[in-house]
Ligand binder design. Structure first.
Ligand code: GDP
Ligand code: MG
Length: 163
């Protein structure tokens, strides 16, 4: 089976934007896998010569505030169990939120390797948020811009030793 990377993080940090950049049109057909299709999307990623299976955790966008935390935790746990490594995305522009801290606490206990990624880090606006991300206790954040394709080489370099 191919090395599997889950993209996790609270809603709106840019998980799907990164997934789409990594996968392009190579979306896997997962329609015959019950329970997986709606909340978890799977595809074959290519990143600077690396190939791996990538999972996007979706399905949280429509959650109300009081159901978000529990759903996020369950969905993230499910994705992490399927994965060899996780890309934990935070939003460098919005900064670190209580939901980010809760997810970080969960991920620090996970079996999978966790790579902390500060997305939306293009330009200067993301620098404060990227620095704030150090406090999550998951090492130095890899600064990327999923939308503009920046930092993809650094992301590949972080994943390479794990694959
Ligand atoms: P998800 O909910 O985590 O899957 O987040 P999405 O991928 O749907 O992105 C949420 C919003 O952030 C969208 O409006 C994206 O266009 C925007 N976004 C994603 N990546 C970047 C980025 O690198 N920089 C900026 N400035 N915006 C981004
Ligand atoms: Mg999404």
């Amino acid at each position: 089976m191919s090395f599997t990377v889950a993209i996790v993080g609270r809603p709106n940090v840019g998980k799907s934007t990164l997934f789409n950049r990594l996968v392009g049109k190579r979306l896997a057909l997962v329609d015959d896998r019950p329970g997986v299709t709606r909340d978890l999307r799977e595809g074959e990623a290519r990143l600077a010569g690396l190939r791996f299976t990538v999972i996007d955790t979706a399905g949280l966008e429509d959650a109300t505030d009081d159901s978000l935390q529990g759903r996020m935790r369950r969905l993230t746990e499910r994705a992490v169990r399927m994965a060899d490594a996780c890309l934990f995305l935070v939003d460098a522009r919005a900064g670190i939120t209580p939901l980010d801290r809760e997810l970080a606490q969960m991920l620090r206990r996970a079996e999978a390797d966790v790579i902390l990624v500060a997305n939306k880090a293009e330009g200067a606006a993301g620098e404060a948020g990227a620095l704030e991300a150090y406090e999550l206790g998951l090492g130095e954040p890899i600064r990327i811009s999923a939308e503009h394709g920046e930092g993809m080489g650094d992301l590949a370099a972080a994943l390479h030793p794990l694959i």
